[in-house]
Design a protein around this ligand. Structure first.
Ligand SMILES: C[S@@+](CC[C@H](N)C(=O)[O-])C[C@H]1O[C@@H](n2cnc3c(N)ncnc32)[C@H](O)[C@@H]1O
Length: 257
């Protein structure tokens, strides 16, 4: 995928942030609930299935529409968000960038494309719950023609193996709230900033406005004033829903020298 918005080249495959196995399980629960409701012709007790039908049906609908909106046919918002982050990073020719929680490599690839002299490292834990892998990242970087400047490593964002100040820029997208080893999700931001050199740029997108993950917003403001994603980009339904990207915020700044 290129920075000018043209579609991904053949061979590049980026999955959305919605885990399809969860969507399938919810769709299955909706179908079972619907079947239960149909049995109300046999006994009115089966009408109790209306409750799970409403709950599972609503969640399934929101998630399915989210997949559509994030993907190429529904506006390509996941790609547009990655392009926004990659284009916001300030990185000099020959600089080193890190993407924490690189998923399928989409953002790391876009950072490399936006900064032709830079080298980019993507790290991710690639746990079983996710449908991303290092192989997929390597394939995508090759298909996008940046394999020589982009590399991927399996690492946890909770304890990066890099020395303090190793990178000229650090990016991360929708990952810090997923780092379960960190009781305080903000520790992921602190760890990412540790490996950034003084004066280096960072751009982080995460659910910083969601009190379920970040109950202490004061900690976030010590880094930089976050901007709601919805102010930076016009998000259609259901992306602006609080359980989707309604709490997503951008933290952009420079590490003090
Ligand atoms: C919503 S996905 C975002 C992926 C990618 N940043 C993107 O924007 O496409 C969350 C990512 O966090 C990764 N992740 C979860 N826990 C992690 C950890 N402890 N360390 C590094 N990555 C982790 C997952 O493997 C997954 O790739």
């Amino acid at each position: 995928m290129s920075t000018d918005g043209s579609p991904a080249p053949a061979g590049a495959r980026y999955r959305t942030w919605v885990r399809l196995h969860r969507l399938r399980a919810l769709a299955g629960a909706t179908v079972v609930s619907l079947a239960g409701c149909v049995l109300a012709f046999v006994s009115p007790w089966f009408l109790f299935f209306l409750v799970p039908l409403g709950i599972f049906g609503y969640i399934t609908l929101i998630l399915a529409l989210t997949v559509y909106r994030l993907g190429p046919r529904g506006g390509d918002f996941q790609r547009r968000i990655h392009l926004l982050i990659a284009g916001s990073v300030s990185l000099e020719n020959g600089g080193r960038a890190l993407d924490v929680g690189c998923g399928s490599g989409s953002l790391a690839v876009k950072v490399a494309q936006a900064h032709p002299g830079a080298s980019v490292t993507g790290v991710d834990s690639w746990g079983h719950d996710w449908e991303y892998s290092k192989d997929q990242c390597d394939r995508n970087a090759r298909a996008e023609g940046v394999a020589g400047r982009v590399s991927f490593e399996q690492q946890s964002g909770s304890a990066l193996s890099f020395a303090d100040g190793s990178f000229d820029a650090v990016v991360s997208c929708m990952t810090f709230h997923e780092i379960k080893e960190n009781a305080d999700r903000f520790d992921g931001v602190v760890e990412a900033l540790r490996v950034l050199r003084p004066g280096g740029a960072f751009v982080f997108l995460d659910l910083f406005g969601d009190p379920a993950f970040y109950p202490n917003p004061a900690g976030i403001r010590t880094v930089e004033t976050p901007r709601p994603l919805a102010e930076v980009m016009d998000l259609p339904f259901p992306l602006r829903h609080p359980k989707v990207l309604g709490h997503a915020m951008l933290l952009t700044g420079t590490k003090p020298a």
